[in-house]
Ligand binder design. Structure first.
Ligand SMILES: NC(=O)c1ccc[n+]([C@@H]2O[C@H](COP(=O)([O-])OP(=O)(O)OC[C@H]3O[C@@H](n4cnc5c(N)ncnc54)[C@H](O)[C@@H]3O)[C@@H](O)[C@H]2O)c1
Length: 268
């Protein structure tokens, strides 16, 4: 039996950064399917325009704009574009981000600066610009994108982890500072997700290491991460703020994993 898509965001306006690729695609598409007017903001304007065209062709309301989330003037222009097209945003999805790994001893300062600038400063700028509009509306919801790497020490991720664990701390403080304005702020921490970028970059060895470490023994799908982020933005999460939800098939909660437990019963 086919179920009707819920319309949790009818009359709402959302901005999705990084909407042209990966997780951003189902994020923007589902928000629009559930009734939101969506601004798809991306450095890669052509990709955002393509996703936008698909949403509009399906009867949704959407507009694409170019933004580099690291540049304050461009972030201001993004929220101004949103106000002009659809009105101020009730929902801000801070999804745009970049990855990177290198052994700590070989990580150049520039790599750290680039990751902090995009992932942490970019999230700060977009959240602040959107929150100022939301304060005028009397409320809203912000969802930031952290990572399993913000929760655990995985090899070669000092710079990336710094940016993503910074997002977890910033999310908590934003939640406290913005609660009086009716704005909830939460984060998702995706595990490894089968986006085109990840599919192209993981070789067999890496894939095997991941599948061994994930209790659910599979990669996440982009729409599964989007679903959790959309829950956090929705009224279903009306009393949830300051939280980071790992969406990772159990990767970050797993301890020692032993098969054939019965054979080892009674020992440590
Ligand atoms: N895919 C994963 O396995 C995974 C795991 C953990 C966390 N995440 C996080 O989830 C989010 C989405 O990841 P994804 O895998 O879909 O990424 P992706 O690379 O597939 O897409 C990211 C999008 O962000 C855009 N972008 C990058 N820098 C930007 C900038 N400065 N300004 C504006 N747009 C910019 C890119 O153009 C692209 O369209 C990111 O924050 C990422 O760190 C992803």
């Amino acid at each position: 039996m086919q179920q009707d898509t819920p319309r949790r965001f009818a009359g709402k306006v959302a901005i999705v950064t990084g909407a042209g690729n990966g997780i951003g695609v189902p994020l923007a598409t589902r928000l629009a399917a559930e009734g939101a007017a969506v601004v798809l903001a991306d450095k890669d304007l052509a990709a955002a325009e393509k996703v936008c065209a698909d949403i509009v062709a399906g009867g949704g309301r959407a507009a694409a704009c170019r933004v580099d989330i690291c540049v304050p003037q461009q972030v201001e222009a993004m929220t101004a574009f949103c106000r002009e097209r659809f009105g101020p945003a009730h929902i801000m999805m801070n999804n745009a981000g970049i990855g990177g790994q290198r052994h700590f001893l070989e990580t150049p300062l520039e790599t750290l600066q680039k990751l902090l600038s995009t992932n942490l400063v970019g999230t700060f700028l977009c959240a602040q610009a959107a929150a100022r509009d939301m304060a005028g509306l009397g409320g809203g919801a912000i969802v930031n994108f952290s990572s399993h790497s913000g929760l655990l020490g995985s090899s070669g991720r000092a710079a990336y982890a710094a940016s993503k664990s910074g997002i977890i701390g910033m999310t908590r403080v934003m939640a406290v500072d913005l609660a009086a304005h009716g704005i909830r702020v939460n984060a998702v921490a995706p595990g490894t997700v089968a986006t085109p970028r990840i599919r192209a970059s993981h070789n067999d060895e890496r894939r095997e290491a991941w599948l061994k470490a994930i209790p659910m023994a599979r990669y996440g799908e982009p729409h599964e991460i989007a679903a959790a982020a959309i829950f956090l933005a929705s009224e279903d999460a009306a009393y949830v703020t300051g939280q980071t939800i790992a969406v990772d098939g159990g990767f970050t909660i797993a301890g020692l994993r032993v098969k054939n437990l019965a054979a080892r019963d009674g020992s440590y």
